[in-house]
Design a protein around this ligand. Structure first.
Ligand code: PEP
Ligand code: MG
Length: 548
């Protein structure tokens, strides 16, 4: 048995077979070939290219069949690269011209593509080199007989392990096939972990060494509650974990029975508990868990795994679907929070030394006002159909807020001019995620309808702790005095201005923090749907009044 200790990223206990996705490069040896072997090498190359093509076609149709996998453009792009004769011609010419093997020729072609792309002025096109890299890597894996990183779709349930998984990777997983995910990187508030929780997929992050396991299908138990992974568990551990799994599932099903109970303390204080959602399917589970609407809709997921940006109409339809899923409850739509660890294929992202401090969230939106207004118009239109409010992520000061507000006003005028119905009184909030706006909270509170604290980022920026760095996770402390003082100030300034103080970071979903957040006076907490019941249970057992 091998035990990996990591970070509990998404609760649950999963028992399955390990499948490691290898993201590392295939090692390629270039060697000379005799002139009479040239046609043999070219044959190997052509076969590898057509086999890879078949693999991709098969993958494409499998993903197209399974629900929720509408973003197939990556595979389509890769097929286009393979179908273009240039790759075959170029690599074949290298084989015959330089008298080297097919693998070496493919690597050299890749270098040529890299040089070619580096000379292009357009940063978007420059980034497309990654598609060529992925395609050539796939062909190299085929030629060398190394299996291509794929999740089996044979109906077997797997525990997926990788050095790293991006939010886009998690979105693309066939969730009917994957029981749990284990990564070597990441923390409990990294976006991949947040998505895993949204999909109720057991996850452990920071399990160093897991991606080194070379044997597939080893039995594995993932304990997403303690953050431990047991590979080849012995009989004793197996029995223990199985019992724990049953116990966990029993407690969960008992908790579910409390979904309709009100979120109120024994001394009569009501706290509004809402859910954080990413995709419309989550609306239903939110209601199942008794969530009172959506406190944070992370719209960026709609922009991921695609090459183009969704237009106003597409966004309107998506937001409308989300609203309908939670009607008659409130839907809080956050404008695009891309950048950082959430890169979009349809957008130019500058290469940044410090992405978390770089071009992300509202900064990105304000840098492309026309795109931003499409989103605002879509939100305003949905606002005419139910209880909707909007909030801006990563606001750092008054100027920035006012610029965003002006664009919202412009969007309203455009809709009015077109005679399109919209909510003229749409409530506007800011996310409090940057220490500068904690300092300015009194000024900001006068200009908006609500505050929503994004503690994931606020803690990261207050304590200078990268939220996705597994090595720093012990230092990522929601109860750090500096964080508590900030939270206190935010609530006081919000209430001073007569607006509600909401909190939608991951801290809201951990019942251990409930007494503190209750005591600080928050009005609303928003969390991953699966946490609502536990937080409500804690709330129902915790009086707010100080004992006499
Ligand atoms: C936060 O930062 O707390 C938050 C809710 O936003 P995100 O996790 O999407 O950055
Ligand atoms: Mg944030």
């Amino acid at each position: 048995m091998q035990v990996f200790t990591g970070i509990a990223a998404s609760p649950g206990i999963a028992v399955g077979r390990l499948r490691v996705i290898d993201r590392r490069r295939v090692s390629v040896t270039e060697y000379p070939v005799a002139p009479e072997s040239v046609s043999h090498e070219i044959g190997r190359l052509s076969r590898a290219i057509s086999d890879t093509r078949l693999e991709l076609v098969e993958l494409h149709s499998r993903l197209a069949e399974s629900s929720g996998h509408e973003h197939l453009f990556i595979i389509e792009t890769h097929l286009m690269i393979l179908d273009d004769q240039r790759l075959t011609t170029e690599a074949s010419e290298i084989i015959s011209g330089s008298l080297i093997n097919a693998e070496g020729a493919l690597r050299r072609s890749l270098h040529r593509y890299r040089d070619m792309f580096a000379g292009i002025d357009d940063p978007y096109l420059q980034e497309r080199i990654s598609d060529f890299e992925m395609v050539i890597e796939r062909v190299l894996r085929t030629i060398s007989g190394t299996p291509v990183e794929q999740v089996p779709h044979d109906g077997s349930m797997v525990v997926l392990a990788a050095h790293e998984l991006s939010p886009a990777d998690i979105l693309q997983l066939n969730r009917a096939n994957v029981l749990a995910v284990v990564t070597e990187t990441g923390g409990s508030t990294s976006h991949a972990a947040i998505l895993a929780r949204a999909f109720e997929l057991t996850a452990v992050a920071g399990a160093e060494g897991i991606a080194d396991i070379r044997l597939d299908s080893l039995p594995v138990i993932v304990d997403g509650i303690s953050g431990t992974v047991y590979l080849n568990p012995d009989q004793e551990v197996f029995q223990l974990l199985l019992a724990r799994k049953q116990q966990y599932e029993y407690v969960e099903s008992e908790l579910l029975k409390t979904a309709a109970l009100p979120a109120v303390t024994p001394d009569g204080y009501t706290l509004v508990l809402r859910g954080n959602v990413e995709i419309p399917e989550e609306g239903a589970s939110l209601l199942k868990y008794g969530g009172c609407g959506v406190g944070l809709y992370r719209t960026e997921m709609l922009f991921m795994n695609r090459r183009d940006m969704p237009g106003e109409e597409e966004q309107y339809q998506a937001y409308r679907a989300m609203l309908q899923a939670v009607v008659p409850h409130l839907l809080t739509i956050r404008t695009l929070d891309a950048g950082g660890d959430k890169l979009l294929d349809g957008m130019e992202h500058p290469t940044e030394a410090n992405p978390a401090l770089g071009m992300r969230a509202i900064r990105l939106s304000l840098g492309m006002p026309e795109e931003f207004k499409k989103q605002l118009r879509a939100i305003l239109r949905v606002g005419a159909e139910g209880a909707v409010r909007v909030m801006f992520p990563m606001i750092s000061g008054i100027e920035e807020l006012r610029t965003a507000m002006n664009l919202l006003e412009e969007a309203k005028s455009e809709l009015a001019a077109d005679g399109v119905p919209f909510d003229n009184a749409l409530q506007v909030g800011v996310m409090i995620e940057i220490p500068s706006v904690v300092t300015l909270a009194d000024l900001l509170a006068r200009e908006v309808d609500f505050f929503s604290v994004g503690t994931n980022d606020l803690i990261q920026y207050t304590l200078a702790i990268d939220r996705g760095n597994e090595q720093l996770s012990p230092l990522y402390q929601p109860l750090h005095p500096a964080v508590l003082r900030s939270l206190k100030r935010i609530v006081e300034e919000a209430h001073g201005a007569g607006i509600p103080a909401c909190l939608c970071g991951e801290m809201a979903g951990d019942p251990r923090y409930l007494p503190v957040l209750l005591g600080l006076g928050f009005d609303e907490l928003s969390m991953g749907a699966a946490s609502i019941l536990k937080v409500k249970q804690a709330l129902r057992g915790c009086s707010r009044a100080t004992p006499a």
